[in-house]
Write a protein that binds this ligand. Sequence first.
Ligand SMILES: [Zn+2]
Ligand SMILES: [Zn+2]
Ligand SMILES: [Zn+2]
Length: 352
Amino acid sequence: MRKDYLLNRWVVMATERSRRPTDFAKPKTEAAKGAVCPMCVGNENMTPPALMLYLKEDGKIKKTQDLLVGERTKNWLVRCIPNLYPAFSPPDQPQEKTRTVTNECLGYAVGHHEVIIESPNHDENPADAELPQLERVILAYIDRVKELIAKPYVKSISIFRNYGQQAGASLTHAHSQIIATSTIPLILQAELDASKAFCKKNGKCVFCDIIERESKSPRLIQEDSDFIVFAPYASINPMEFWIVPKKHAANIVDLDADEVSAFAKTLKTSLKALKDLVNDPPYNYGFHLALNKKAKDHYHWHLEVYPKLSIWAGFEISTGTYINTITPETTADCLRKAIKPCGPNFISSISV
Ligand SMILES: [Zn+2]
Ligand SMILES: [Zn+2]
Ligand SMILES: [Zn+2]
């Protein structure tokens, strides 16, 4: 049994059930065709006006937005729209700080729920995306975090991606989602508390410590001067991996152009290795970010990628203890061998 670096969460490494990663490869089911994609170019009127969009103008990338009435912009590169069915909505009064939680067990679902359409090309998912386009997606994440972080009622921002129907993607067009909330979600709060306690006891950041240990471990998948990718010691999913920046920072707002570029490359090559190895499996990924300035010394942002290769059943769901049939050491070994370098990178010219 292994315990998570920070969470009080255990996983059984059930290697006697051992399976090779390739055993998880499933035949691809054809996506249902015929339905009109509301995220494709030309169908902008099927979605709300864009809160933010990038477009190319005079050879430069420009950041703008749709007007609330009238024609929607068609020549966009990345488009951010409000979710048509939001789980969280802004308060009636934008400056409102109170009333988000009325008492200990009742609150309003105050926040924002947005969709980032990652490309005009329906199938431009990160594993196959052109690097400059993937850089723009990451710049869009950063731009949205910068805007949402400034709202007085926003306490936490979750950026996540569902890929494949089994991972919860109802539309196949390449997209991510952002949910900003007025409360801090359970797992993030547990990481914040545990990293704070570690820092108090040891005088350093637990993630900086993990980077140092995992860079020398058999769980290392790839690294460059800016990012490290490894299969976490107590992975609860087969083929799970995390991407962690080497530079200590609590969230993504201060990433510079080189770091954005390095992150795009790391994300693409890691997801491409997963795609090649297990026949393009469904997955979810989620950024863990801390917004509160008080967390800046002890919290360290990262991206957790959860391939959806096994089904959590009665034991996992009813207890919160997990069974994983592939050790992170095997995951790392297979992904490491499947990584292919990507071609030369072109830095895009967005001013963030
Ligand atoms: Zn589409
Ligand atoms: Zn750190
Ligand atoms: Zn985390």
